[in-house]
Write a protein that binds this ligand. Structure first.
Ligand code: M6R
Length: 610
């Protein structure tokens, strides 16, 4: 989704901005641009398509400048065109350039007012109103900053914005509401970005701008103003970052690398939360979130994180016996929540910036619910605004399709559920300890599945030309089927649907014919026999069965067209085991179809607009 980068200092401006944009590109975008100020003169370059189109164009020029801003756009208002790309340059005489992430909800009325005043709009975006509003207020205000303050007072929606202008040429001015902005501090140079990844190669000292704050960034100073315009003290965070996470390290794609990282990630999570055969979430203040007296959890999340939440419900209800509801954030946000007291909202998010999940968190807090979040990106908005956080420790996930973080979320949900089960006396000491012993074997099981990748590749070679797939599962593995279908459709553009296998006969069975591949998630769990009956329903209609089964299961072998084995393990580990074959199946099918698996069309890694 859209990304912002900005720089002020002595380095080569175009290369800092272009490299910054490249490092934002994993988020998804369709056009890119930069604007620079050199000797008080503002220039701007924009291109549709990939960033190398822009950098190829810029390479031919000799761009000088002391400061600049750049942007990757993911179209929301207006198609992908050069004119709609950011920066937008406005101004009555002296130029103002703005870049914007988010959505200005009242842009239509602002635009029509400004048009009546004679302002000419070039783009179809909501963002352009910001530049014109600043220009409009500059006519009556005595400074760029005052004009920006007036502009902010008119904006509704979510935004993070960076502005440079010939009107005040030695600074970048930024502001935000509901969309992240980070300021990177250097020595005699400073940076701004919507994503730490784009500046981390230059500095690890960062400031997270808060909602309604304005930052005035000069070469050697940063001033942050609160809503009333007063300078405030700010906290400088030193960020730990492993540079290898931003490299493919010999893999063809980030997605493949991230799939293979999973055993390592699981070991890391276990080392963080399990010691001496005991689960500890020491960083959470149970009394602050009322964990000991919770009687209902409300899980809210989007996409893959929602699938983790669905499996989390099975875990929590089974092992801790606590009522758990699961909602898609964009739905939860607009329904009337009923508080029973003793409720706890669980927000699940890899990025910690998903607009709907963040909005639900805020909505819940405004209604006095406490929020415990499961988040991967430290210091993200959801991390900072939650009452407690369980980190999923999967490291930076660059592929747009969530893989390693999904597994991490499942493990964290599982550990959380048995932690609750043990503290509430639902699980006996032996049950609890046996579960920890088996979960410790998870990395070894995953390694074994990864050794079978060639087999999965061969299966994908057989099916990649199918134009639709069905995924079915039961119990814990009903959400696994939803996730398998999501993974396939998002990176291969093949239509895929996930269903609870028991629902087949209530409609989707009509789809089955000899051309339809049906991925049957059928490890040996307590719903195994029921699942076998559902597979027979598929076979009777001549559907092609790709069965994910438990090693040694000879029964399913008799009627599968293709079979992928996962190691024998307790029921509760099966959603984690079956996820890898489905990730690999989606990956190899997408590769066969020559799709851009790391940056699938239309998708963004972090969905920061509603
Ligand atoms: O960062 P989040 O976990 O909040 O993101 C939620 C979804 O946007 C995300 O899981 C999306 O569905 C992925 N592309 C799935 O692979």
């Amino acid at each position: 989704m859209c990304g912002i980068v900005g720089y002020i200092g002595d380095r080569d401006i175009s290369s800092v901005l272009i490299v910054g944009l490249e490092r934002l590109s994993y988020r998804g975008y369709d056009s890119a641009g930069i604007a620079t100020l050199s000797e008080s003169e503002l220039s701007c370059w924009k291109k549709t398509g990939k960033i190398h189109e822009l950098s190829r164009f810029i390479d031919k020029l000799s761009i000088k400048g002391q400061l600049g801003i750049g942007h990757t756009r993911w179209a929301t208002h207006g198609p992908t065109t050069e004119i709609n790309a950011h920066p937008h340059v406005c101004g009555n005489g002296k130029k103002i350039a703005i870049v914007h992430n988010g959505i200005i909800e009242n842009y239509a009325s602002i635009k029509s007012d400004l048009q009546k005043k004679g302002y000419i709009f070039r783009s179809q975006t909501d963002s352009e109103v910001i530049g014109h509003l600043i220009a409009y207020y500059y006519k009556t205000e005595d400074s760029l900053l005052s004009a920006i303050k007036q502009c902010i007072s008119k904006l509704q929606g979510t935004y993070s914005v960076a502005v440079i202008s010939e009107l005040d040429p030695n600074k970048i001015i930024c502001f935000r509401k509901g969309s992240p902005l980070i300021i990177g501090l250097g020595s005699n140079e400073n940076f701004v970005s919507s994503d730490i990844n784009s500046i981390i190669n230059h500095t690890k000292d960062v400031v997270y701008l808060e909602d309604s704050q304005i930052a005035i960034i000069e070469k050697s100073t940063v001033d942050i103003l609160n809503e009333s315009g007063k300078s405030v003290d700010f906290k400088v965070n030193h960020v730990e970052w492993d540079p290898n996470t931003s490299e493919k390290s010999g893999y063809d794609h980030f997605m493949l690398k991230e799939i293979y990282e999973q055993p390592h990630v699981i070991r890391k999570i276990l080392s963080k939360y399990v010691s001496n055969n005991t689960i500890q979430f020491n960083h959470i203040d149970n009394s602050k979130i009322g964990l000991d007296s919770v009687r209902r959890f409300i899980i809210q999340a989007c996409g893959t994180s929602w699938h983790s939440g669905l499996i989390g419900k099975y875990y929590i209800e089974k092992y801790a016996r606590i009522l758990t509801e699961v909602d898609i954030s964009s739905e939860f946000r607009y329904r009337q929540m009923i508080s029973h007291g003793n409720d706890l909202v669980l927000a699940i998010s890899q990025s910690g910036e998903t607009a709907d999940t963040l909005a639900c968190l805020r909505e819940a807090k405004s209604k006095f619910f406490k929020v415990l979040s499961f988040v991967n990106v430290k210091n993200s908005s959801i991390d900072r605004e939650s009452d407690g956080v369980i980190y999923s420790y999967s490291g930076q996930e660059i592929g747009v399709a969530s893989t390693k973080n999904y597994l991490s979320q499942l493990l964290c949900m599982f550990l959380f559920s048995i932690y609750l089960g043990q503290t509430r006396g639902i699980l006996s000491d032996k049950e609890y300890s046996d579960m920890i012993t088996s979960v410790n074997r998870l990395p070894e099981y995953l390694e074994k599945i990864l050794q079978n990748a060639d087999k999965i590749k061969t299966i994908s070679d057989k099916y990649y030309l199918s134009r639709e797939f069905l995924f079915i599962g039961r119990g814990y593995n009903y959400p696994s089927a939803l996730e398998g279908a999501l993974k396939l459709k998002e990176i291969s553009y093949i239509h895929a649907t996930g269903y609870a296998a028991g629902e087949l006969k209530h409609g989707p069975i009509a789809l089955i014919d000899s051309k339809l591949p049906v991925v049957c998630v059928c490890p040996q769990t307590e719903t195994y026999d029921k699942m076998i009956s559902n597979i027979h329903e598929v076979i009777s209609r001549k559907g092609k069965t790709i069965i994910i089964a438990t090693e040694g299961d000879t029964r399913v072998k008799e009627f599968s067209d293709d079979i992928i084995y996962v190691p024998k393990a307790p029921d509760y580990l099966t959603p984690m085991l079956v996820s890898i074959p489905m990730q690999l199946l989606a990956y190899y099918i997408a590769i066969n179809l020559d799709c851009d698996v790391d940056q699938p069309r239309n998708l963004a890694k972090s969905v920061t607009v509603e």
